[in-house]
Write a protein that binds this ligand. Structure first.
Ligand code: OAD
Length: 265
């Protein structure tokens, strides 16, 4: 690999597993406890916004309890030291890549710590709960703390609760800035451009079950890139990879980065 070659790295939930975040498709994964169509579609949000908010509020709160692991840190090191073009495309909505220090990074499935106002179309950083039923950091005067027990309707709460748009001040119109099933992933043009010019495509910690990300390996391979998979087990698209390394990301990713930066890969 030329020291100025173009690298595209795709990451999935497996890279954050050893930080303590659940993956989706494991026996104890997020999709075992929830039906995708109940919490990860625009229709679910229209039908039961409170259930959807609760799901993402819990996941956002969990981010405060976890830290980047050795795999995130190794990719941040590669980002800092690699002289060629490099792009980390993550399907993850956690913030562990950026907390590790990665900068050349795109979140194709959105981010837990961002909100999207359906009234003004604004997108902005968001910390804390988004559900109108949750206790606001600065409780609105006169609003009881255990709002749900009070039996107030979602519509009443959305005018009083902490779900308020920082751009247009509308109440109850902010949704998680997450790409749900049936919606278009972010930054596809930039990702495709990077895949077209990649010399090396590496997929880390993803089952290869969800498109378009699952198809990136074929695009990169078709355009002449060498392809490599690092995962706990063969992914659904494992046959498309020229090289496969199976084991824990926290061990395999630092070892691979070291090889690459020392010119051994
Ligand atoms: P999955 O849960 O489908 O797959 C995680 C993969 O990581 C599996 O193949 C595991 O074997 C592997 N894995 C687990 N622990 C690992 C470790 N310590 N080291 C290395 N690999 C490990 O998660 P994703 O492929 O990321 O989309 O799922 C893709 C998309 O499906 C998600 O972004 C999400 C989900 O529905 C949306 O919500 C839009």
């Amino acid at each position: 690999m030329s020291p100025t070659g173009n690298i595209v790295i795709l990451t999935g939930a497996g890279i954050s597993a050893e930080s303590g975040l659940q993956t989706f498709r494991a026996a104890d994964g997020l999709w075992e406890g929830h039906r995708v169509e109940d919490v990860a579609t625009p229709e679910a949000f229209a039908r039961d916004p409170e259930l959807v908010h609760q799901f993402y509020d819990a996941r956002r709160a969990r981010l405060g309890e976890v830290e980047p692991n050795a795999a995130h840190l190794a990719l941040a090191r590669l980002d800092a030291e690699w002289r060629g073009k490099l792009l980390i495309v993550t399907q993850n909505v956690d913030d562990l890549h950026e907390r590790a220090g990665a900068e050349r990074l795109l979140h194709m499935h959105g981010e837990l710590k961002r909100g999207w106002c359906l009234a003004c179309d604004g997108r902005f950083e968001w910390d804390g709960a988004m559900s109108p039923y949750s206790v606001c950091p600065e409780p609105v005067e006169g609003l009881p703390l255990s709002k749900r027990e009070e039996g107030q309707s979602f519509d009443t709460l959305r005018t009083n609760g902490c779900n308020r748009c920082p751009s247009c001040d509308a109440a109850g119109t902010v949704r998680p800035d997450i790409v749900w099933f049936g919606e278009m992933p972010y930054d596809m043009e930039a990702i495709e451009a990077a895949l077209f010019h990649a010399d090396l495509f590496v997929s880390i910690g993803t089952s290869g079950a969800v498109y378009p990300a699952a198809g990136f390996v074929q695009t990169a391979k078709h355009r002449g890139a060498r392809t490599m998979e690092i995962n706990l087990e063969p992914s659904q698209g494992s046959n498309f990879f020229d090289e496969r390394r199976y084991g824990r990301a926290s061990e395999l990713v630092p070892a691979w980065v070291e090889e690459l930066l020392s010119g051994r890969a």
